[in-house]
Design a protein around this ligand. Structure first.
Ligand code: F6P
Length: 365
């Protein structure tokens, strides 16, 4: 093994972006170069930067200055670049090829002793496979959905909740002026965290989440009860993965294992039903990728910085195959194997849901 100050580490960001990614990159670069004297190689566009002709750049504290407050990722990202299942055309048909060995060859060419993968479930799953093939891998969890059970919170989530709350504040005034119901669709995949927290903070009247299948009659009863009391407007927050009792989620695209990659349409579905059942004027706002953009809030910048520092420390301790995790008050780590595909969902009987119901929010049950 090399002398500790000879180390070269790679870093990449994979999957959907989240506010705070640049904060992790900055903290990794500063800790690795200043504290340990290592070199850091930035890999562009997730694992794609290691496939075929490599696409990398040495990162220094100087060329990563002024990025802590910037959304997105200076390294670029993709949710398509899985080296273990690269889509290729073979004899006129689409097939999947395993190019992981060529990625490992490229890592060796770049003289990388370890690699930090900042990603969600998909990228961390790929990281785990490389670890099994002998690569020194450290994972850093990221997702605005906050749906990973191995960590208390992921950076990007709090910023997304702030963005959605700000939108709800604005939608209240227009809904009131026009006596309308406004249905607001937010992200979150299989988890209702963004809908729940933004819904509470933005004083929504109805919150629909995947963990509590909704009954449209209950949703409309709430809206009509408000109307009867002269509140002629209502705000309905719908998580993209919400579903009616006995019905299906509005999934647009799945991966080969059946895991939903994209959702679309539940906001429109709910709006149509509300219109039909209440006769009220209804509008839909799909917040979409605005929730992933913008400057990370202060707590996400702090968490991202702590994650980046910890990732480098794990390399120094050679604790490969681990993922950084936040278990308040500690920043610690868990084996990647235990972390991937273990979702953290909202507890339908938990404190947050109970508090929301106490202040009059309907979950359509
Ligand atoms: O996982 C983060 C997330 O923003 C989800 O909330 C959403 O369903 C999905 O990514 C959208 O991904 P894409 O980048 O493919 O639009």
């Amino acid at each position: 093994m090399k002398k500790r100050n000879d180390m070269r580490i790679g870093i990449l960001t994979g999957g959907g972006d989240a506010p705070g990614l640049n904060g992790v990159i900055r903290a990794v670069v500063r800790t690795a170069t200043i504290r340990y004297g290592w070199k850091v190689i930035g890999i562009f566009d997730g694992f794609e930067g290691l496939m075929g002709k490599t696409n990398t750049k040495e990162l220094t504290p100087w060329n990563t200055r002024g990025i802590l407050f910037r959304g997105g990722t200076i390294l670029g990202t993709t949710n398509r670049g899985n080296p273990f299942a690269v889509k290729v055309m073979e004899k006129g048909r689409q097939a999947e090829k395993d190019l992981s060995d060529s990625v490992i060859k490229n890592m060796k060419k770049l003289k990388l002793d370890a690699i930090i993968v900042i990603g969600g479930d998909g990228s961390l799953g790929i990281a785990q496979k490389f670890f099994r093939k002998g690569i020194g891998v450290i994972g850093v969890p990221k997702t605005i959905d906050n749906d990973l059970s191995a960590t208390h919170v992921t950076f990007g989530f709090t910023t997304a909740v702030e963005t959605a709350t700000d939108a709800l504040d604005k939608l209240h005034t227009t809904a009131e002026s026009h006596h309308r119901v406004i249905v607001v669709e937010v992200m979150g995949r299989y988890a209702g965290w963004i809908a729940l927290e933004a819904g509470i903070a933005g004083s929504a009247d109805v919150i629909l989440i995947p963990e509590i299948p909704y009954d449209m009659k209950q949703v409309c009863a709430k809206i009509l009860e408000r109307k009867k009391a002269n509140c002629n407007s209502s705000i309905v927050v719908v998580a993209e993965g919400a579903k009616p009792l006995g019905g299906e989620m509005a999934v647009l695209e799945k991966d080969s294992s059946g895991y939903a990659l994209r959702f679309a349409g539940i906001g429109d579905r709910v709006a149509e039903d509300v219109k039909k059942m209440t006769g009220m004027d209804v509008r839909v706002t799909v917040l979409g990728h605005v929730q992933r953009g913008g400057s990370p809030c202060a707590s996400d910048r702090i968490l991202a910085t702590q994650y980046g520092v910890k990732a480098v420390e794990l390399i120094a301790e050679k604790r490969f195959g681990h993922m950084v995790s936040y278990r308040p008050p500690e920043i610690t780590s868990v084996p990647l194997q235990q972390a991937i595909r273990k979702m953290k969902l909202v507890d339908p009987e938990g404190n947050l849901v109970k508090a929301a119901e106490s202040v009059g929010v309907s979950f359509g049950r």
